[in-house]
Design a protein around this ligand. Sequence first.
Ligand code: AMP
Ligand code: ZN
Length: 463
Amino acid sequence: MSLPMSSKNLEIKLYDTLTREKRVFTPLDPARVRMYVCGPTVYDFAHIGNARPVIVFDVLFRLLRHIYGDAHVTYVRNITDVDDKINVRAAERGIAIRELTEETYKNFKSDVEALGCLPPTVEPRATEHIEEMKVLIERLVKSGHAYVAEDHVLFSVPSMPEYGKLSGRPLDEMIAGARVEVASYKKDPQDFVLWKPSKPGEPAWPSPAGIKTQGRPGWHIECSAMAWKHLGETFDIHGGGIDLVFPHNENEIAQSRCAFHTGVMANYWMHNGFLQVEGDKMSKSVGNFVTIHELLKDWPGEVVRLCMLQTHYRQPINWTVVGLREAQKTLDQWYELTADMVPGYLCADTLDALADDFNTPKAFAAMHELRGEAVKGAKPAAACLKASAQLIGLLRNTTAEWKSFRPASIAVDEAKVLSLIEARNAARKAKDFKESDLIRDELAAMGVVLKDSKDGTTWEIAR
Ligand code: AMP
Ligand code: ZN
């Protein structure tokens, strides 16, 4: 079950959104495996949905490093620090744009570090790659793939017959989508902005393509420019959330392929599924918007990480407190079983599962078996469990450190909470509302909030 395994020969398969199939991963250059992932727009705390691609691609980064060697994998995750949302937020708060983006980036960095993510090899900022963007734009204009209109530069979608292959959207649907913001200067409703004039007070740079007024880049060109600068014209893996397929990634492909006259931008396009909170789309107006920062006040980063990886990365994920509580219990037990142990061999089944399009639930199933053996006293199984967990970025603290970290959520006595809820339910059934209110107050004093629904009563820690 847990045989030593030569990882160098390990073949991994990845699902490619572009070709819609799972394929054996063959890097262009095994001495320099290259991955680009679309990173955050830094205007506010990152939410738990943003944490998904960060965690998912961190595990892939670790797996690639394990196979090809730490020095042979380049992982680029950009920072979008020029954007309308940033301008608006800085103005609202009355601070400089740079101050807002710096502050937000620092928060993001400490949040994702707490989630056990390695820093990417390069974290390029859009505002530091304006020259590269302008070079690409000039090339596109020269080759007839882009044109200037009313101080904007637009990419001409009809100039690229293969446009739309990634998202597989029918042409009329794309046109309908593009029409939402149809502008007079567009030759075709699908054409998208590469460069636009800056309004007073907005960040501005001298424009490309002979435009006299100052301007700023569109979002899509940023990623083409940063990927080019740090990974080259064609690279191995491009990742991001499924919401980015259209139009962002589709447009990146159009820009890069037309600028470099290449057949592909990246050989594998990987997308994580979307995250919902307790069954609903996360939104500020619904009140179920969870930032990583807030979540880390209640839960250790490792719990968040395990909870996120328990669903296959391509599936939608329903984020729940129940899931977090289960992940907490699992880690408590793993830490107990592997206390002070030196990691053993990597479990072959875990590695095989990860190598199969990154199947983390299957990897956890293999680890669950190791856990079963470890419970019966098998020390080697526990050592393998530790090695497997560490490959995924878990069990990286000592057991003593783990035990000393008890955020609010696990400081309460869960058994007591459950028995009080039961007593309250009995009181309500007996229509003794005075008693049920008293119990609710007692729970509130412990920092526990109750939520009653037709499916029963759930609880969480008040913030
Ligand atoms: P943004 O800052 O909105 O550009 O998003 C940064 C990254 O988070 C992108 O890769 C998005 O696809 C991803 N993302 C945003 N919201 C969610 C969500 N609810 N579930 C999963 N991924 C998300
Ligand atoms: Zn991007």
